[in-house]
Design a protein around this ligand. Structure first.
Ligand SMILES: *Cc1c(COP(=O)(O)O)cnc(C)c1O
Length: 382
């Protein structure tokens, strides 16, 4: 396939000769009205009804037990780890192929990531890699999972649903139960994706979402915790809002809290975006279908949702035949104003995480050499 054909195809889909971004937000509903309401009422910040509304609507859509909105996806991961008793010198297992936020949230609690391989099927944490790593490197002491060599606890596992494709959760749930590990899903990229009919982020103790500007729906900046019980939800609300005890006049805080709350003006934007989520999901699926057909008789493989899942197709992904083809494709498309991107540099190759414990990372290495993400914005014309 020649790159010019792809550029033409993308320009034709998005009906433009201008710059085509990787993922731009779409505001076609009540966004202006709701955000204007917050300004006109002066309630743009920590008071106002949109936060409760947004949380309620997220809860209904994801069928989560309780949802707590926060200021970004990273804060959501930090809070989930904090409420899973992750402390200094603990280990948390995640995949080496992820956005840096997953590891940063672990790091800033003083804990350390253990970086494992991803699955061919999902591009997310590989259950076999997890099972093998624990079998070789962990022991169970009084029901606690300990790292054999360092004798430090392994507390939690964070699978990340890469580009919206759900990981093989049944297997990961079972392994976490076997080893008594907390399961936190980084569902930042997979809002609207379903694993065997259940919304991603609702299968573990916590699921975390991001509503950054490049995600499927946006609040400007924002995130949320999907909590597996009302009690956890209440704890999450408390700790993310300065741990203040409710009182009509007095300020009393019963632990060192975070100020991670989502401002009302952002929640207003979120309420409007959420009204469009089903249309967005439909249009993204249509775009994915077009790309799949386009690449079907080429030497590029279009990455399809795993058979057990319904993906939101947040970022469409192609697997290039080799590294040189990938580099050429990236440079030619970007030069001509069609934005494409490689996958993130693997976490074990970043300076601050390069001395992390790792497992075999051959699938991560393969994807790093072969993945290109192509323009994936919601296109209402489709
Ligand atoms: C976007 C994203 C986050 C959270 O990002 P914020 O910018 O903090 O909202 C976390 N993990 C992954 C994998 C992401 O893609």
């Amino acid at each position: 396939m020649d790159t010019k054909k792809l550029i033409k195809f993308v320009r034709n889909i998005f009906n433009t000769n201008d710059f085509v971004p990787l993922h731009a937000p779409v505001f076609a509903g009540n966004e202006k009205e709701y955000t204007r309401n917050t300004i006109e009422s002066t309630f743009v910040s920590s008071v106002g009804g949109y936060v409760d509304d947004f949380e309620q609507k997220l809860k209904e859509f994801t069928r989560s037990k309780m949802v707590v909105s926060v200021m970004n996806g990273t804060a959501a991961i930090s809070t989930a780890l904090y409420l899973s008793d992750v402390k200094r010198d603990d280990y948390v297992i995640t995949q080496s192929m992820t956005f840096v936020a997953t590891c940063n949230a672990i790091y800033h609690l003083g804990a350390k990531p253990i970086l494992l391989d991803v699955s061919k099927k999902s591009m997310g944490l590989c259950p076999i890699a997890l099972e093998n790593y624990l079998a070789e490197n962990a022991k169970s002491v009084d029901g606690r999972c300990m790292h054999k060599k360092t004798n430090k606890p392994i507390k939690a596992v964070i699978p990340m649903h890469t580009f919206g494709h759900p990981v093989e959760m049944d297997e990961i749930i079972r392994i976490c139960e076997d080893w008594n590990l907390f399961l936190i899903e980084d569902a930042a990229e997979s809002f609207g994706s379903f694993y065997k009919g259940k919304h991603t982020g609702t299968l573990g103790k916590f699921g975390t979402l991001s509503f950054n500007g490049n995600k499927i729906i946006t609040t400007g900046g924002g995130g949320a915790l999907l909590c597996s019980s009302k009690e956890l939800g209440k704890s999450a609300k408390h700790i993310t809002t300065t741990a203040k005890i409710k009182h009509p006049t007095d300020f009393f805080h019963d632990e060192p809290g975070f100020n991670y709350r989502m401002p009302n003006i952002n929640a207003a934007l979120g309420c409007a975006q959420l009204e469009s989520i089903n249309i967005f999901l439909e249009k993204k699926r249509e775009l994915a279908n077009l790309y799949r057909d386009f690449f079907s008789n080429s030497d590029f493989r279009f990455f399809e949702e795993p058979i057990y899942a319904k993906s939101n197709y947040w970022l469409n992904t192609i697997i290039c035949p080799d590294e040189k083809t990938k580099e050429n494709l990236l440079s030619e498309t970007n030069k001509s104003g069609v934005m494409t991107r490689p996958v993130w540099t693997l976490m074990n190759k970043l300076p601050m995480y390069s001395d992390s414990l790792t497992g075999d990372l051959s699938q991560c290495e393969f994807f790093e050499k072969h993945i290109v993400n192509i323009p994936s914005s919601v296109n209402l014309q489709l």
